[in-house]
Design a protein around this ligand. Structure first.
Ligand SMILES: [Fe+2]
Ligand SMILES: [Fe+2]
Length: 207
């Protein structure tokens, strides 16, 4: 996920985090029927992604490769936030007060203690969230031409970025935590994510 022929698929050199289950078609129906609500949540997701990059910089200031990657990542996520906030403004919408995202909260709760384990898990959880975001933004990009044609190319570009980001986080986990730990833990977290995504109620939200 995404499928091999999807335009949002990473380039061959980027490792892929393969999600275990596809999003239910019900999610797309709910997202399109409540598209303004979805947009407000999406803006919050982009803001949180920016913060995640800066939080990793703050936690690991001496890991120069990670810091450089997160500066670029956060700049890109801030730009996504600017783009989605601009869409809100044009539709007469505003950001909503901070609301907890049960999907992200449950994934974050799986982050283990221990120096290497925490770094590995933080990177992998971020990568999985990017992977699921990529899958869902791509679903929206495919459905929007019939409803919101001017937004379809925007969502395709955003999905492509999330595809690159999930490859980035997996590559960082492999480099900084070791191939074995990264791959084994990715398997466990992806199993958990599959169970989680099927258990949580469907919402007009990215996750
Ligand atoms: Fe983004
Ligand atoms: Fe992203």
């Amino acid at each position: 996920m995404p499928a091999p022929n999807d335009p949002a698929r990473s380039t061959a050199e980027e490792p892929m985090l393969d999600l275990r289950v596809a999003t239910s078609p019900v999610w797309l129906e709910v997202a399109l029927e409540n598209f303004d609500e979805l947009l407000v949540d999406h803006a919050a997701c982009e803001r949180k992604a920016f913060s995640t990059g800066m939080s990793l910089v703050s936690s690991y200031p001496t890991l120069t490769g990670l810091v450089s990657a997160m500066i670029d990542f956060s700049r890109e996520e801030l730009d996504h936030f600017r783009i989605v906030h601009g869409i809100l403004v044009r539709r007469g919408l505003t950001l909503a007060p901070h609301a907890k995202d049960p999907y992200a909260r449950e994934l974050v709760s799986r982050i283990r203690r221990g120096e290497a384990e925490t770094l590995c898990d933080r990177l992998l959880v971020s990568g999985i969230i990017e992977a699921r975001s990529c899958e869902r933004l791509l679903l929206l990009a495919g459905a929007l031409p019939a409803r919101e044609p001017e937004l379809a190319p925007v969502y395709l570009e955003l999905a492509r970025a999330e595809s690159r980001h999930h490859g980035l986080f997996l590559r960082l986990a492999r480099t900084l935590c070791g191939e074995r730990m990264a791959v084994e833990r990715a398997r466990e977290l992806l199993d958990f994510e599959a169970e989680l995504v099927q258990r949580l109620p469907v919402r007009a939200a990215v996750h």
